[in-house]
Design a protein around this ligand. Structure first.
Ligand SMILES: Nc1ncnc2c1ncn2[C@@H]1O[C@H](COP(=O)(O)OP(=O)(O)OP(=O)(O)O)[C@@H](O)[C@H]1O
Length: 369
């Protein structure tokens, strides 16, 4: 059953819509993460669902009922924002009880629910603690308990872990996922961090200038980005112009094998860094190692062919050649994705024959889970 359905939602602040005819369905018990660059409309989407922003056109359905004109406090949705927005002068218990008090829930029921929620988020017995004395991670848990306390039909999270440091975020995201699975909560979350979205979501929605560019499971979006925009947003920059002819494509990097069944004709071609294979220098495409970045479990190499755009290769630590070395490159068709030819930004300018001394800044490319 669809717990939340957005139908043809458009929101305009000026000439350009912040949301442009958006359709989105979130099933009961599903966790959907909305991803996208700054200004793509993520927060506006959440605000429309919460009733904090009215839409110029379209309808919002919650639990099968039209909520388009229902005011914020009657929508039954829970909200948790990046900065937690806890009341600093109240203790933890009073913060968690806030939504229940607003609803007029009796004291005994309230106290029991607060205790239950604090247990759930891993802060048992913290009712009397002062909010100001909690760590960032603890405050995040209190904010979560507060949002969950009134049993919202949909829990909405806006950059829920945005201000926490990386290690804590990675831990909390796993805890959140387990908690939502256990509670069967329906969740709509917004984040700009792919790693977070991929770890949390059953389904991700990638937004581009007020429109949905792609929706799918984290693995689907990761394996098959639908457009160059999505590919680049995920951190894949090995994209070139190509023309497919049978089992391979002509590209500035020479002939690149494509997956079986690819239609002939012009396209854009993505080769994931894992599909750029190093071979001895006298084989394949001749490249110079222009830079390398240590990425924990592998090394990202920036490779500069003679007259073609640079590319990134993922290489095992022990096999990583030194900057300045000459290597040959071949391509693995399993890591090649054919993207539509239209709607892409222009190619970067042709490279100098001599590679630049430092690599292009590398963006993180998280795995799907
Ligand atoms: N109240 C407002 N008045 C005018 N323009 C707005 C308002 N709220 C949002 N916008 C514009 O709408 C567009 C989408 O904004 P929104 O905050 O939804 O994006 P976002 O994807 O959440 O961005 P970020 O990741 O930076 O928070 C932006 O161009 C923004 O400037």
């Amino acid at each position: 059953m669809a717990m939340l359905r957005l139908e043809n939602i458009t929101v305009r602040f000026g000439a350009r819509p912040a949301l442009d005819a958006v359709d989105l369905t979130v099933a009961e018990h599903e966790t959907v993460c909305v991803l996208g660059p700054s200004g793509s409309g993520k927060s506006t989407l959440l605000r429309v669902v919460a009733g904090l922003q009215s839409a110029d056109t379209g309808r919002v359905w919650l639990g099968g009922r039209d909520h388009t004109r229902v005011p914020v406090h009657r929508r039954g949705v829970g909200l948790m924002f990046q900065d937690h927005q806890l009341f600093p002068q109240r203790d933890v218990g009073a913060n968690v009880a806030f939504g229940l008090r607003m609803r007029g829930t009796g004291r005994a029921t309230r106290d029991a629910r607060v205790a239950e929620l604090l247990d759930l988020v891993g802060l048992p017995g913290a009712q009397r603690r002062a909010v100001a004395q909690l760590s960032g991670g603890e405050q995040q848990r209190v904010a979560l308990a507060r949002a969950l306390a009134p049993s919202p039909s949909v829990l909405m999270l806006d950059e829920p872990l945005g201000q926490l440091d990386r290690g804590l975020r990675e831990r909390l995201v796993v805890e959140l996922r387990q908690l939502f699975d256990r509670l069967g909560t329906t969740v709509l979350a917004v984040t700009h961090d792919q790693g977070e979205a991929f770890a949390l979501a059953d389904r991700v929605v990638v937004m581009d200038r007020g429109r949905i560019a792609q929706t799918g499971t984290p693995l689907e979006v990761w394996r098959r980005p639908a457009s160059e925009f999505v590919a680049r947003f995920l951190g894949f920059d090995n994209v070139v112009e190509a023309t497919v002819r049978g089992p391979a494509a002509d590209t500035p990097w020479g002939t690149v094998p494509v997956p079986a069944g690819t239609t002939d004709g012009p396209c854009r071609l993505l080769v994931r860094p894992a599909g750029v294979r190093l071979v001895p220098g006298n084989e394949g495409l001749d490249c110079e190692v222009a830079g390398r970045t240590f990425r924990g479990d592998h090394v990202a190499l920036i490779l500069q062919p003679r007259d073609a755009p640079r590319m990134e290769a993922a290489c095992a630590l022990r096999d990583a050649p030194e900057p300045g070395a000459r290597v040959g490159v071949t391509f693995d068709p399993d890591e090649v994705v054919v993207l539509p030819a239209t709607g892409h930004p222009p190619d970067p300018p042709p490279p100098n024959r001599r590679p630049a001394p430092t690599p292009a800044p590398a963006r993180p490319a998280p795995g799907p889970g």
